[in-house]
Design a protein around this ligand. Sequence first.
Ligand SMILES: C[S@@+](CC[C@H](N)C(=O)[O-])C[C@H]1O[C@@H](n2cnc3c(N)ncnc32)[C@H](O)[C@@H]1O
Length: 174
Amino acid sequence: MGSDLYTPGHTLNASDFMARRSLQSHGNFFVPYLTPGVSVLDCGCGPGTITLGIASSVQPGQVVGVDFGASEIEHATARATTEAVGNVTFRVADCYALPFESDSFDRIFSHALLEHLSDPVRALKGFYRTLKPGGVIGICSPDWGGFMLSPRLRWNSRARSRRTQAFSLRTEAM
Ligand SMILES: C[S@@+](CC[C@H](N)C(=O)[O-])C[C@H]1O[C@@H](n2cnc3c(N)ncnc32)[C@H](O)[C@@H]1O
């Protein structure tokens, strides 16, 4: 499913990396819009840890997480069961073809998805179609202007110092 190649893939390693995220750590900007009772769609929800935070915030509002990775949806569903979060469902879906009626959700959230899409505007049009009038869409997407690696290893210190040099060259040229 999905027309784009998702380069990080859906290995357990990649999924566990995403699963360290929470609403507080990665979606705090959207918290003011997550009032009790609103319905929320999380597009590209991955392992669902941020989605579960959203669900706790909007209870008894209903939350749906969608992702085209079937294994991500399995992990997210298992997490919701373990943590006994009852107002969330996860389903496999392509964000370019959201399987929902128009005007379905009060809020639409998406974290770290758009940078993986070849046509993010097409996806955004779909988000807007499923948003209820007066609703709010919250998107967070990095521009990859920088990326820090840890722990401190010889090869990544070298990469870091090259990055610093590249940065000073750029700022000197300005
Ligand atoms: C970097 S992960 C972010 C996961 C989660 N939002 C988070 O921040 O922890 C991006 C997710 O988007 C999903 N994805 C990529 N392209 C997609 C598409 N066309 N439709 C639905 N999901 C997609 C991937 O499967 C992956 O789980």
